[in-house]
Design a protein around this ligand. Structure first.
Ligand SMILES: CC(C)(COP(=O)(O)OP(=O)(O)OC[C@H]1O[C@@H](n2cnc3c(N)ncnc32)[C@H](O)[C@@H]1OP(=O)(O)O)[C@@H](O)C(=O)NCCC(=O)NCCS
Length: 133
């Protein structure tokens, strides 16, 4: 498994593996209002998590994409908003736990999660614990 392409611009992040498994985010600063409504103040650009879809599941592709994605986000100081939407093997609860491993925090309704960029070299916060609260 390897990255076929990695496109990172101010407006979009697209990571694609050699089997076309894909991870895609679009710039969406206007959505910051929903975070602000929860008292979460952004100090950097905000991206909307449009898509995470692997061709084959449970073989490490999702993990591979999320690791690379979070490196990119942390290097640049970019925030992410995610409306978790299960349409594969993992159900909502499993997906919330999965994203929690990569620093996403469950904050709104059933599906809303956000991720604040971490300073490079920081120890991972116990985001999965936060997500459960
Ligand atoms: C969500 C998705 C991207 C995960 O990708 P993946 O390649 O299967 O993920 P991985 O193989 O890296 O596994 C990630 C974790 O999920 C677990 N997992 C994967 N498939 C599983 C299954 N069928 N049953 C139980 N757990 C499973 C793995 O054990 C792993 O757990 P860990 O992090 O505790 O080790 C993939 O399932 C998918 O494309 N789903 C359909 C689209 C979708 O629902 N996207 C999310 C939209 S918000």
């Amino acid at each position: 498994m390897h990255l076929l392409s990695e496109r990172v611009t101010a407006d979009n992040i697209t990571l694609m593996l050699d089997d076309y498994s894909i991870c895609q985010l679009d710039r969406a600063d206007f959505m910051g209002k929903s975070l602000l409504a929860h008292g979460i103040k952004l100090d950097g650009p905000l991206y909307w998590f449009c898509r995470l879809k692997t061709k084959r599941q449970n073989e490490g592709r999702g993990t591979f994409l999320m690791k690379r994605l979070t490196e990119i986000l942390d290097e640049r100081g970019w925030w992410v908003l995610n409306g978790v939407n299960p349409y594969g093997a993992l159900n909502l609860e499993q997906l919330i736990k999965f994203y929690g491993k990569y620093g996403f925090i469950h904050f709104d309704g059933d599906t809303g999660m956000y991720r604040q960029p971490r300073p490079i070299g920081a120890v991972s916060p116990r985001a999965t614990d936060v997500a459960r609260n």
